[in-house]
Design a protein around this ligand. Structure first.
Ligand code: URA
Length: 433
């Protein structure tokens, strides 16, 4: 088999065989096929597309390029969730304890973040002492004992995707639905869960700016997963403004704790209950998602979810007192308000701009080597639809460096758009597949 022929075939819009896909995935992972040939193939895929079968074969080949986690030592149906990413997305920190509080095993591998804020793993490290490097045995034991463990992805999880994603990033081939779907699903399949609930974001702060693209991506991922014997559901949710109010690592953890105590922002709670309800159903705990939602609501009102978070923090070496006393989280030294420069209604908050503002403060990584400042970020006071008068506080900037705060403030202010009349309400949950 020759890589040249595979590129030529896809250039002409033909369907690649299973052997051809495995050949290029394995050859590239092992360093036998050079970047320039794989770049050419990726561009051909970008323009000519892949059918369902090709996408599914690519997913499995990438999943099998490294360790396939075997979670069979964990009792029960293992459910996982994945978000396609957005600004202020701290849903895992809320959903995982709620679902685990119902006795459903949550064995979660999460990533660090590159971009606006850290990933779940970075955020959990805001708890003093919390370790996300968990040995396989401890991981399995913890899930069996307390129903929850959250660990960093091992380096050997879908290494083909790691290499291909890095190449796509520099060859303008990221935004292809088959490539995104196979990339995400390869990691989920390798992570060993039986059921997966996907949160596919759409809007200005999401990968998929257009709703129809988000639906297409969701359908493709559900197809891949079901074809590989996983129970998969996808929720398409709005990311036209940041989720909740907090953007930044410790600030997001504090908001997640507030949500588990029943004092969270409406949109965040709604998304967590929706995603969580499908996890509860997939785990076989309830027949319908609606029943699952009721059980999840009870974990908040009864306090079992917040207790589960404490158990998780304790089991992974962290200081659980942070849950009861959020003043213990490292705080930024300066808090400055951002004020409205006109009166009217907030009509839009460009989520990406808020994300960039948080990154300027040091809350996200620009490169893999960047060190995150967990204390900084932005807390939004006025969201879309809120009425404001000139001089009202729109948001607070939490930072440690006056120069960075000045830049972040300018950036965050440009994120806000206003209208004279109240903007039309849009649906937050766009659809379920
Ligand atoms: N996230 C991924 O893991 N892969 C993609 O291709 C896009 C988003």
């Amino acid at each position: 088999m020759r890589m040249y022929d595979i590129i030529e075939k896809k250039k002409l819009g033909m369907v690649l065989s299973e052997d051809e896909i495995k050949y290029f995935v394995n050859g590239y992972t092992e360093g036998k096929i050079p970047d320039y040939q794989v770049s050419a193939l990726l561009m051909a895929i970008y323009f000519k597309g892949m059918n369902e079968k090709e996408t599914s074969v690519l997913t499995l080949a990438m999943a099998k390029s490294g360790e396939m986690l075997d979670l069979s030592d964990i009792d029960g149906i293992k459910v996982d969730k994945h978000s396609t990413g957005g600004v202020g997305d701290k849903t895992t920190l809320v959903i995982a304890p709620m679902v685990a509080a119902l006795g459903i095993p949550v064995a979660k591998m999460s990533g660090r973040g590159l971009g606006h804020t850290g990933g779940t793993i970075d955020k959990l490290e805001a708890f003093d002492g919390f370790s996300t490097k968990v040995e396989k045995d401890t991981f399995v034991n913890n899930v069996n004992k307390i129903k929850i463990a959250i660990a960093g992805q091992t380096a050997n999880l879908a290494p083909a995707d790691k290499k291909l994603y890095a190449l796509r990033d520099v060859t303008a081939t990221v935004d292809n639905i088959s490539l995104i779907a196979s990339s995400i699903m390869s990691k989920k399949i390798a992570s060993g869960a039986n059921a997966i609930v996907l949160d596919v974001k759409t809007g200005s702060g999401a990968f998929m700016k257009k709703e129809e693209d988000a639906f297409e991506l969701a359908k493709e991922m559900v197809n891949i997963g079901t074809g590989l014997d996983r129970d998969v559901a996808a929720i398409i949710s709005d990311m036209d403004q940041p989720l909740g109010r907090a953007v930044g690592n410790s600030l997001e953890v504090i908001e997640a704790i507030e949500t588990l105590r029943g004092n969270g922002p409406k949109d965040l709670l709604e998304l967590c209950l929706t995603l969580g309800s499908f996890m509860v159903k997939a785990a076989g705990k309830t027949k319908t998602a609606e029943e699952g939602r009721k059980l999840l609501e009870q974990t908040i009102s009864s306090g079992t979810a917040i207790e589960k978070l404490k158990e998780l923090v304790r089991a992974q070496g962290g200081n659980e007192e942070f849950v009861d006393n959020t003043d213990l989280f490292k705080k930024a030294s300066i808090t400055e308000p951002i004020k409205a420069d006109r009166s009217g209604y907030v009509s839009h908050i460009e989520a990406n701009e808020i994300g960039v503002a948080s990154m300027i403060l040091g809350g996200g990584r620009e490169t893999k080597e960047s060190i995150i400042d967990l204390s900084v970020g932005i807390v939004i006071e006025k969201k879309v639809g809120d009425k404001v008068s000139e001089g009202d506080i729109l948001a607070y900037i939490h930072g440690n460096d006056q120069q960075k705060i000045k830049l972040a403030k300018e950036k965050a202010l440009t994120a806000y758009e206003f209208s004279d009349g109240k903007p039309k309400e849009t649906k937050f949950i766009k659809g379920i597949i």
